[in-house]
Structure formats: structure tokens, C-alpha cells
Design a protein around this ligand. Structure first.
Ligand SMILES: [Zn+2]
Length: 118
């Protein structure tokens, strides 16, 4: 499971709250937050190449949802874990077996879907 605690700590430690935005042109782009600590207006975060600024802003504004999604995937993977090897060496998904009563080979459809397989 991917540990998201460092990402959550970094997000919580960010002093510029609110949505971030990249404002500028081909010459320079400045990253702003909608709220700074104790301020009522935008605060400048820094500047960067426009592509980098767009990347930073998008990641910041979506970080909490991304971390939540990573944690949710981890919880699903923890549920759909493999059994110990059976006599023939195969494994089954403990969760699918528990819910359906059928021995679903591991990786089960849920894990294959998370891995991008159909
Ligand atoms: Zn399963």
C-alpha cells in the first residue's frame, strides 16, 4: 500500500490556503493562492515556467482528492488479498470468496481492474 502520510503532511503544512492559480504569459507565470495565512486576499506563491506552473497548480488543487483516491485503492487492495497457496499452488481472493462463496482466482477481477487489466 502506498503511504500517503507524507503527502498529507506536506499539504497540511502549506501556508498558502485556498485554490491556487497560475497567472501570466509566455514570459513569466506567477502562482497565486486565493488566501494566505491571515490575509484576506491572494498571496504570491512563486513563479515558474508556464507549463510547470500549470502542473504545480493542478496538483495542489487536486492533491486532497488524489490522496483520498490512493488511500481508497489501498483499502480495496487490502480487502482483495490473496489466500495462502492452495494444494495446487494457486491462490484465491479472500474477499471475493467471502462475499460470493466462490473461489475466485487471484488476482481477482477487482485487483485486475485496479491494475488496468480487463
Ligand atoms: Zn477479489
Amino acid at each position: 500500500m502506498t503511504d500517503t502520510s507524507e503527502g498529507r503532511a506536506l499539504l497540511a503544512a502549506a501556508t498558502a490556503e485556498g485554490e491556487w492559480a497560475a497567472v501570466g504569459n509566455d514570459i513569466g507565470v506567477v502562482i497565486w493562492s486565493s488566501d494566505g495565512p491571515g490575509l484576506d486576499g491572494p498571496v504570491m506563491i512563486g513563479n515558474a515556467h508556464r507549463d510547470d506552473a500549470a502542473h504545480i497548480v493542478w496538483l495542489h488543487n487536486n492533491a486532497e482528492a488524489l490522496l483520498d483516491a490512493v488511500d481508497a485503492v489501498g483499502r480495496v487492495r487490502a480487502l482483495h488479498r490473496a489466500s495462502d497457496a492452495l494444494n495446487d499452488g494457486s491462490r484465491v481472493c479472500l474477499s471475493c470468496h467471502a462475499y460470493t462463496g466462490f473461489a475466485e482466482a487471484y488476482p481477482c477481477p477487482v485487483i485486475r481492474a485496479l491494475d488496468g487489466e480487463s
